[in-house]
Design a protein around this ligand. Structure first.
Ligand SMILES: [Zn+2]
Length: 717
């Protein structure tokens, strides 16, 4: 019988679980007899609950007391024997009795609890032995000795000396309820009174001893009661923790995954000591622990946030109006509610390009999505510094977003041009970078299975997010803005300052006349696309890097949980693709990667100069005098970029991504590693030099390494 696991036994029967409730404050018994039994077992066990541990401690005290009482009586006999009185037989008799009871108690304790033998009747065995021991102590009296050993003269040892420590120490060790404790000890006291009155001539002394016994019993019963009351309440609390289902009806607050995960883990921890016991019946605990851990893995894998609310549970617990209110106030747009737009089935290999400029460039642009090392710098040159607007317009047409979502040519052209104009001429964070990121994004999608799942509205959101993701970037990091108490940091409360600003700026520009490219979307879809854009742009904050990667890895621990048919799962992947595209230059061919590296370093160093000038601590890798670029780049690829791509490709499993991106990343990383010099101060660029970046880099890289590196070779091309 699986006695201990109440919750699962009850659940199997399909009953609602009853919480343990005390019958009354006087009996302290539970209403439910099963729970009463369970409590007694928990109390008289060594289970690592605070309830069980009380028993273990008391049991040791009790056994020590028995040994003490046993020695006490035997030493009394021994001293009498050495005084010349002949108590040898009595001594042997008493020694045998007392020792055997003490031993039996120890053995019962050991076998029932250390050896995991079924322990249903343990309490009764212990009570019986307690009773026998007490009776031996009581009958260790002149009266009994006179009866048994009539030939020996009077010598008795006050049995109160034995009974008192036993009454004191036996409480939690032997008894599971204070009522039983009172009853058994009362019988023993009465036996003592009866035997003593029969044998002792000194009635007054006997009555005083009896009074003394009863008083101690009363005091100890009171202590037992208080402790038991406390333990039973603890048990009620523990039981409630073990059976969260039982509280569902009373608790209407929505359950976040975090709550459920915490409960499942807590329950597993509580069940572990039970599962560790060797009895086969305890496999039920292992099953429960297994269930819990599977549940946790699934939750970590399936949901987007462990702080999110279980919508299924919500549907059950709330009436329709409450549900709508909660959705409107506490939850984001529900992706599942938005009907997928017509999948871009109309996508053709050769696009009909409407825009004249784009048509001219058609041959070049068609390589977007197919060629990983698409040369965005070339596009920048031929479009006269309009790479963003060009790539944006191309994607609108390539994916038929204009026709699918009724976006007029003038609207998206105006929006993209405005967006591009709002990029600052930073060395790195400029509109060329955002156009490059969109090209990388399209490649990663088109060269993987993701292309079969992504919906039109998600492509639309992605295009806008990639193009807007660094708009108005001031060329310094979040850390700099926060440290220098920049007004942007003040506006966005130091939290994802730049990313918040990029997202807000994107939508502000979209609000201008005739630039709202989302205006013709169905209302729900418009809200969702906005949410997706925000999520993707905020995902580019490196402060969230480990969070996002960790989340995806958690999903993949249970590989079956990555389902690209789920909109929730797709946005998680889209966020990682966004990150991969944002740092994608590290996975580009060496010439492109070197160009981007020089640009990003120049931007960092400019920030370092500003930090120096303002007396702020110089950010890592921003000191143009001390930064080892090779070291910073190899570390960046190794610690940030490679993990992103590897994690992403674990989901997408694309041969193209493996060959084109990951292999190139490894190659670039090795090249940088070969350039790291031991402990030297390196300088890539001289601060006073101006805009001829290529020449500067050539000289300094070559001069720094003093040998023909791949970097200098590439730059000489
Ligand atoms: Zn970026």
């Amino acid at each position: 019988m699986k006695v201990m696991d109440i919750s699962s036994a009850v659940r199997q029967k399909g009953q609602t679980l009853e919480e343990p409730v005390l019958q009354s404050k006087y009996s302290l018994q539970f209403h439910n007899s099963k729970q009463e039994k369970y409590f007694r077992q928990v109390m008289l066990s060594d289970i690592a609950t605070s309830i069980g541990l009380d028993h273990r401690e008391s049991m040791i005290t009790y056994i020590v007391t028995l040994i003490f009482v046993c020695l006490l009586y035997n030493s009394a006999y021994l001293s009498a024997y050495f005084e010349g009185k002949s108590y040898l037989r009595t001594l042997l008799f008493q020694t045998l009795l007392l020792s055997s009871v003490t031993l039996a108690t120890s053995i019962i304790h050991y076998f029932f609890f250390m050896k995991e033998i079924k322990s249903d009747k343990k309490s009764w065995y212990l009570i019986a032995l307690y009773f026998v021991f007490s009776e031996i102590v009581i009958f260790n009296n002149v009266f009994v000795k006179d009866e048994i050993f009539a030939d020996q003269s009077e010598y008795g040892f006050a049995c109160v000396l034995g009974l008192l420590p036993m009454i004191y120490s036996s409480k939690f060790a032997v008894f599971s309820t204070f009522l039983m404790y009172i009853a058994i000890n009362f019988i023993i006291s009465i036996t003592f009174l009866a035997v003593s009155l029969q044998s002792d001539t000194n009635i007054q002394k006997t009555l005083i001893e009896f009074f003394f016994l009863i008083s101690i019993l009363a005091i100890e019963s009171r202590t037992f009661y208080t402790k038991e009351y406390h333990l039973r309440n603890k048990f009620i609390a523990m039981n409630a923790a073990l059976t969260p289902e039982s509280r569902l009806n009373h608790d209407v607050s929505p359950k976040t995954d975090l709550e459920q995960i915490s409960r499942a883990v807590k329950e597993s921890i509580q069940l572990l000591p039970l599962a560790k016991r060797k009895e086969s019946k305890n496999s039920v605990y292992l099953e429960k622990i297994f269930d819990n851990l599977s549940k946790v893995i699934n939750m970590l894998g399936n949901r987007n946030s462990i702080y999110s609310v279980d919508l299924e549970g919500l549907d059950k617990d709330f009436d329709d109006e409450d549900k709508i209110f909660l959705e409107q106030t506490c939850l984001g747009p529900r992706r599942s509610q938005v009907q997928a737009s017509t999948k871009y089935m109309v996508r053709k290999t050769i696009e009909v390009l409407k825009n004249y400029d784009i048509q001219e460039l058609a041959g070049v642009l068609k390589r977007i999505g197919k060629e990983w090392n698409f040369d965005i710098f070339f596009l920048k040159d031929v479009t006269k510094n309009k790479p963003l607007a060009t790539v944006g317009a191309f994607c609108m047409q390539k994916f038929h977003l204009d026709t699918s979502f009724s976006i007029h040519l003038t609207a998206y052209q105006g929006f993209f041009v405005d967006l591009e104009d709002n990029y600052k001429p930073n060395p790195y964070h400029n509109s060329t970078h955002s156009a490059e990121v969109l090209c990388s994004y399209v490649f990663l999608i088109q060269q993987s299975v993701f292309t079969n799942y992504i919906q039109d509205y998600e492509i639309l959101a992605s295009v806008i997010a990639m193009l807007g993701h660094d708009v108005a970037h001031p060329g310094v990091t979040n850390r700099f803005l926060v440290n220098s108490k920049n007004s942007l940091a003040i506006t966005y409360n130091d939290s994802s300052v730049l990313e918040m600003m990029h997202s807000a700026t994107t939508f502000q520009l979209m609000q201008k006349d005739n630039q709202d490219i989302l205006v013709n979307l169905p209302r729900d879809m418009g809200i969702l696309v906005r949410a997706l854009i925000i999520e993707m742009i905020l995902a580019t904050d490196m402060a969230k890097h480990f969070d996002l990667i960790g989340k995806l890895k958690a999903k993949m621990i249970n590989s079956s949980s990555i389902t690209l048919t789920s909109a929730d799962q797709r946005i998680e992947i889209m966020k990682i693709i966004t990150k991969a595209s944002d740092v994608g230059h590290a996975a580009k061919s060496q010439d492109l990667h070197q160009k981007w590296t020089n640009l990003v370093c120049e931007e960092f160093f400019t920030q370092g100069d500003m930090e120096k000038a303002q007396g702020l601590p110089i950010s890592m890798y921003c000191d143009r005098e001390k930064t080892d670029i090779a070291k910073s780049q190899s570390g960046f690829i190794k610690n940030i970029v490679l993990p992103i791509y590897e994690t992403l490709n674990q989901c997408l499993n694309s041969q193209e991504i493996k060959e084109k991106c990951i292999n190139q990343l490894e190659q670039n990383m090795k090249s940088w590693e070969s350039l790291i010099l031991p402990k030297r101060v390196h300088s890539l660029m001289e601060p006073e030099e101006s805009h001829t970046l290529k020449n500067r880099t050539e000289t300094t890289v070559a001069g720094r390494t003093g040998r023909s590196s791949w970097a200098t070779i590439v730059l000489n091309n």
